[in-house]
Design a protein around this ligand. Structure first.
Ligand code: PEP
Ligand code: MG
Length: 891
């Protein structure tokens, strides 16, 4: 029989898969002897069984009942007893944190009798009825699916009737009246009375938490965070402790370091006389820990002690949820906390300096995605601006966009340009609007509010707690002092400083970008906050460079791109797409090649292109002098260089009507018709062009060889490599290799220099991967073209499928991320692995790289490291990201 229930004292933090994050860490804290209210965890396995069967597994009710009995015996109390009742919370907790996405019900066990027992035991009637009405509210929303506004409206009505603004100003009679109202709402909306039986409440809550795994917002969140749908959530049943027992009680969240800036020292929000969700929901503005210190020094000291213990134990920034019940501190949750990108880099190096972790560990604590965020631009310090207010920067970045006050409208409006979502506070239902927005601004809440936590997780710029901004939803406007901005007006928000500006403020490169392009000194910021960031990034990137095995090259077609890439740390060019050299004003020249009927015409057309290509390659080799430059011969189908077929057909038809048709147009149209293909990506392109269009590849190779010869004569060290695209058979490569070798030898002889130009192939067709042991005979290197390899392995047209049906595929879990973005390890990756192994079995020193988009994708970089490639090549901007990730893959 499967055991689905585990008491806190039986587990530890290694059991994340089974107990979820919350359960595993509650177990760990229990083990550490920290004050955790007793309880037990129902495993993720039970949730998976529930989701599969559509019902709880048959063993579960008995197991929960016996766990409850043990808890009752231990505490000498009974769930929902009419005297001093035991009450429990029922809280979700998946392996990966999904803040606010799933459900929690507190005060389970209260009913019309036990509320009297609670009042008596606490000697506080107001508290008892407040707790009961909270249970009704959460149960109604979560278990019975009743619109939460029904309850909050009733609460607001009561406050208005009593002429007060805060919940704490309502007295016991108010709470008793609210309990009645809430029970009526439940009966009216659900058609049944609120269940008075505590065990029935508990069972319903457990099922509701399981079911909340699949709410639309939870699914959206998982898709975004790439969390598999199959994991399920655990459920934690925990003895209630109360933060709403008066002024000597309270509840809070804290971080062992500031999660926004990374500054050392605990950071947190505390709300006296409040329960659980009040803090995270951002309903009331909170006190800082310093203010808590003044209010309740003893609990504050206890909290500081626990914070120190936790950080030493987890060796990382932790976030915690705690409650103070009449002066006693209780820990309700901890985990290694989410943090902003700057905080991640700062904290990682701080912990090294504090001798807590090694540099290798520090490297594993930051990510390429975070580095990419730090490369984002910032507001120009020199630019004019109109400051509206300064609130709390909760997630860094500079966002400029039009104001939208509603999350659904944000999704719509974001299609026309960047929007800033402005809300009083956000809740989990706002998620899609938050994803669509360039930035998020809230008027309430602290750095631990829902908006802040979610925005940080997504890397979205976010400012919270802007009390000076009145969000007037009814009139679709915001008011800040004497400034009123309507929905649709532009606003700029700075997620680092918390500043909010009216209008659009110009944006400039970030200090990290300045450092990456100009070195550490250039990036020294004028004032304060970024001082420790650039050195932290510098240290970690250098360490990554020291430990990584993968080399990092860039995909670049121009000397400018190549220089930029080199500045960003590229160790060569992994892909120069030569077709990009035939665009713009050169298009007519390649048109002449395509239209040529006679060999002399073709030769003349190619001869015109030769010097242009020679100088292109010369500049490229010069800008990457000493490092390899892989030049790929022309790849796309030739009709891509010709005018649009329909437009030209119309033009010619109209001209014919008028009787003044241009013979050149007719010739062009004939060529277009001749070259037209139904499946161009599978047509006459790549190596096939080299075989059927005489002289085309030869011209390009000659240009490369002559450029290299000229560079040698000029004292340079050119390291050109020639790469043949879309090879599927060794024979294709054999034929081209002969041509290439011949041209290179001829140029070397004519120029009187020694030319060593390796000749390799892209592996971008499944057949190439599967026959790599043969192809390796003719290749000096392989470069995996994972864009085409993904296209041809899946049979997905690169240019069409993403818009056509990827949303449905992602939604329905066919994949969690587009295979064009992150390598599909099982399918496409398997071909890479086969080709790498079998290619090297033929030629042990075969150089292996990748130049598809995946070369700059963090997850894929780890995969390429693992299969033993020598280098990845990616767009210049991704080079630092790939360097960091290649380092992380190696530690
Ligand atoms: C590839 O197919 O992965 C590749 C790099 O080539 P292109 O994107 O130019 O087809
Ligand atoms: Mg390709």
């Amino acid at each position: 029989m499967t055991e689905y229930v585990q008491p806190f004292e039986a587990g530890d933090k290694s059991q994340l898969d089974l107990l979820g994050g919350k359960g595993a860490n509650l177990a760990e804290m229990t083990r550490m002897g920290l004050p955790v209210p007793p309880g037990f965890t129902i495993t993720t396995e039970a949730c998976r069984a529930f989701l599969e069967r559509g019902d709880v597994p048959p063993e579960l009710p008995v197991q929960v009942r016996s766990a409850m009995l043990r808890l009752e015996n231990r505490l000498g109390k009974r769930l929902g007893d009419r005297h001093d009742p035991l009450l429990v919370s029922v809280r979700s907790g998946a392996k990966f944190s999904m803040p606010g996405m799933m459900e929690t019900v507190l005060n389970v066990g209260l009913n019309d009798d036990s509320v009297l027992g609670l009042a008596e035991a606490s000697d506080n009637e107001r508290f008892a009825y407040d707790s009961y009405r909270r249970l009704l509210q959460m149960f109604g929303r979560t278990v019975l699916d009743i619109d939460g506004a029904r309850f909050s409206d009733a609460l607001d009505e009561r406050k208005t009737a009593r002429g007060v603004t805060q919940d704490v100003d309502l007295d016991a009679d108010d709470m008793r009246a609210l309990v009645d109202t809430y029970k009526q709402i439940i009966a009216a909306e659900s058609g049944a009375a609120f269940p008075q039986q505590p065990s029935e409440q508990l069972t319903a809550c457990i099922e509701a938490v399981f079911a909340s795994w699949n709410t639309p917002r939870a699914r959206v969140y998982r898709r975004r965070e790439r969390i598999p749908d199959s994991l399920g959530t655990a459920v934690n049943v925990c003895t209630m402790v109360f933060g709403n027992l008066g002024a000597d009680s309270g509840t809070g969240v804290a971080f062992t370091r500031d999660p926004a800036s990374g500054a050392a020292g605990a950071y947190g929000d505390y709300l006296p006389d409040a329960q659980g969700e009040d803090v995270v929901a951002g309903i009331r503005n909170t006190l800082s820990l310093e203010e808590m210190h003044e209010l309740d020094p003893a609990s504050y000291d206890d909290l500081q002690r626990v914070i120190r213990l936790l950080e030493a134990h987890y060796r990382d920034l932790c976030d915690i949820e705690f409650t103070v019940e009449r002066g006693t501190l209780w820990m309700l949750q901890t985990r290694v906390g989410k943090r902003t990108a700057p905080a991640a880099f700062r904290i990682a190096t701080q912990l090294v300096d504090e001798n807590v972790i090694t540099m290798d560990e520090a490297l594993s604590r930051v990510s390429g995605d975070q580095l990419a965020q730090l490369m984002f631009s910032q507001f120009d310090p020199a630019a004019e601006r109109t400051l509206l207010t300064t609130a709390m920067g909760a997630s860094p970045g500079a966002a400029v966009g039009t104001i939208v006050l509603d999350p659904q409208r944000a999704v719509e409006k974001a299609k026309d340009g960047p929007v800033v979502l402005v809300r009083k506070e956000t809740n989990p239902d706002d998620l899609e609007g938050m994803i669509a927005a360039a930035g998020i601004l809230t008027s309430r809440g602290g750095k631990t509010s829902h908006a802040a936590v979610v925005a940080r997780g997504m890397g979205r710029t976010c400012v919270v707690g802007a009390e000076g901004v009145e969000v007037d939803e009814a009139n679709a406007r915001i008011v800040c002092g004497d400034v009123t901005l309507a929905e649709g007006d532009t606003i700029s928000i700075d997620g680092t400083t918390g500043e909010v500006f009216a209008g659009s403020v110009p944006v400039v490169p970030s200090p990290v970008m300045r450092y990456l392009t100009d070195g550490v000194a250039a990036a020294e910021p004028e004032a304060g906050s970024d001082a420790a960031l650039v050195p932290a990034v510098d240290r970690l990137l250098r360490h990554a460079d020291r430990v990584r095995r993968l080399r990092v090259r860039a995909n670049a077609d121009t000397a400018d791109d190549a220089s930029r890439a080199r500045t960003l740390g590229a160790q060569g060019i992994g892909l120069c797409r030569t077709e990009h050299m035939f665009l713009g004003e050169r298009r007519p020249l390649i048109e002449r090649v395509i239209l040529a009927d006679k060999p002399e015409e073709l030769k003349a057309a190619l001869d015109t292109l030769l010097p242009l290509q020679r100088s292109d390659f010369g500049r490229l080799l010069e800008s990457m002098d000493g490092d390899p430059v892989t030049i790929r011969l022309i790849d796309p189908p030739l009709h891509e260089f010709l005018p649009d077929r329909t437009a030209l057909s119309v033009k010619v038809a109209v001209a014919r009507e008028r009787g003044d048709v241009d013979p050149e147009d007719v010739r062009l149209l004939e060529a277009i018709e001749r070259l037209h293909e139904s499946n161009p990506m599978l047509g006459l392109r790549g190596v096939r062009l080299g075989i059927v269009v005489p002289g085309l590849f030869g011209m390009q190779v000659r240009a490369v060889a002559e450029a290299a010869a000229a560079r040698i004569k000029a004292g340079g060290t050119p390291r050109a490599e020639i790469m043949i695209p879309l090879v599927g058979s060794v024979m294709e490569l054999h034929l081209i290799r002969q041509q290439v070798g011949h041209v290179v030898a001829e140029v070397a002889a004519t120029e009187g220099v020694e030319l060593d130009i390796p000749i390799g192939t892209m592996i971008e067709l499944p057949r190439a991967a599967l026959t790599s042991f043969r192809i390796a005979d003719e290749a000096d290197f392989f470069s995996f073209g994972t864009n085409d390899l993904t296209q041809t392995t899946w049979g997905f047209s690169r240019d069409d499928v993403e818009a056509a049906f990827f949303a449905a595929y992602l939604e329905q879990g066919v994949f969690t991320v587009s295979p064009f973005e992150s390598i599909d390890g099982d399918g496409v990756g398997r071909l890479v692995r086969i080709a790498a192994e079998e290619g090297r079995s033929t030629k042990p020193d075969l150089k292996l790289g990748v130049c598809g988009e995946h070369g700059g994708d963090p997850l894929s970089v780890h995969f390429f490291h693992e299969v033993g490639l020598d280098y990845v090549s990616c767009s210049p901007f991704r080079v630092p990201v790939a360097r960091l990730e290649a380092g992380r893959a190696a530690v």
